[in-house]
Design a protein around this ligand. Structure first.
Ligand code: SF4
Length: 64
């Protein structure tokens, strides 16, 4: 499972980092995906918690 960030949607609110600090950090006002074990994170919770639908949790998804 892979996380991707749609940077054009991200507002840098930090919710993803607060839920999954092993998988997300905020750098220069945008979320960045860290090299983490997906088991460290509730992917459904974090993706649904993003207010901007900026987190993609499908490894086959293509960033727009
Ligand atoms: S929760 Fe969404 S909008 Fe907020 S920092 Fe993370 S990816 Fe960006």
């Amino acid at each position: 499972m892979v996380f991707k960030i749609k940077e054009e949607r991200c507002i840098g609110c930090g919710i993803c980092q607060s839920i999954c600090p092993k998988c997300f950090s905020i750098e220069n006002g945008l979320a960045k995906v860290l090299d983490c074990d997906p088991e460290d994170c509730d992917s459904k919770q974090v993706s649904e918690s993003c207010p901007c639908q900026a987190i993609i949790v499908d490894e086959d998804a293509i960033s727009e």
